[in-house]
Design a protein around this ligand. Structure first.
Ligand code: ATP
Length: 222
């Protein structure tokens, strides 16, 4: 079996927090490859408010340069309609074959909401989950969410839960990186620098393509 990480998100835009998650997951779980999978039409976000898919993919490709085990997948851009994770997972299974052992990386907030996802029980059978606890998401822990929302799971070791017939749930251990895509969008709209928030190639891309431009100053204003 080959361990494969799948990291889905909007990545609008990608930032140092996403890359830190990827590196921590790679180190903790030893993936052969970690795929960053931008959602083309995230079912939980209104499409018109999201940067076009091609820009988000281009920025991810710049961000993972020099990280040989990070790969950007545009698989969700090739389907029409909402980007459901179960469809993506089944496509990865078809593409990589029976030897792939999948680990889906997810924030604690999204994981707590997993029971509203399409065919979530099947997801729990087909992939392990690696859950990121972000301090900005309140003080709930992975252990509390597992106990509240996923009956039958037992703790097997520190930060690992298992259940008959399902894959495991892992808590990702990492130093917090206080960055979000919303912070980058807000800073750009206010004309503030973002150099500390994302790799230089991404910062340059955002500026060249004038994504999230600051409001133009009107003549005559002080
Ligand atoms: P936004 O601010 O627009 O909501 P975001 O920064 O949370 O975006 P997403 O693309 O929605 O970025 O995130 C993809 C996944 O990465 C989510 O599961 C999210 O919880 C996680 N994530 C994003 N930023 C961080 C961070 N700084 N530390 C840990 N996890 C993060």
């Amino acid at each position: 079996m080959q361990k494969i990480g799948l990291f889905g998100g909007t990545f609008d835009p990608v930032h140092h927090g996403h890359l830190a998650v990827g590196r921590a997951a790679l180190q903790q779980l030893g993936f052969a490859t970690l795929y960053f999978i931008p959602a083309s039409s995230p079912p939980h976000k209104p499409e018109q408010l999201i940067t076009p898919f091609a820009h988000r993919v281009a920025m991810l490709r710049l961000a993972v340069q020099g990280e040989p085990r990070f790969v950007v997948s545009d698989i969700e851009g090739l389907r029409s309609g909402p980007s459901y994770t179960i469809d993506t997972l089944l496509q990865f299974r078809r593409d990589l074959g029976p030897e792939a052992d999948f680990y889906f990386i997810i924030g604690l907030d999204a994981f707590a909401d997993l029971t509203s996802w399409k065919r979530y029980e099947e997801l729990l059978r087909r992939t392990s989950f690696v859950v990121i606890a972000r301090p900005s998401h309140g003080c709930r822990t992975v252990a509390q969410v597992v106990a509240e929302s996923f009956p039958g799971y037992q703790q097997e070791a520190e930060g690992i839960w298992g259940r008959q017939g399902s894959n495991r749930i892992y808590a990702l251990e990492m130093e917090p990186v206080p960055v979000s895509s919303s912070l980058i969008r807000d800073r750009l709209r206010q004309g503030e620098p973002i150099d500390d928030l994302s790799p230089a190639g991404v910062v340059d891309y955002l500026q060249r393509h004038r994504l999230f431009p600051a409001a133009e100053k009107k003549g005559g204003e002080i």
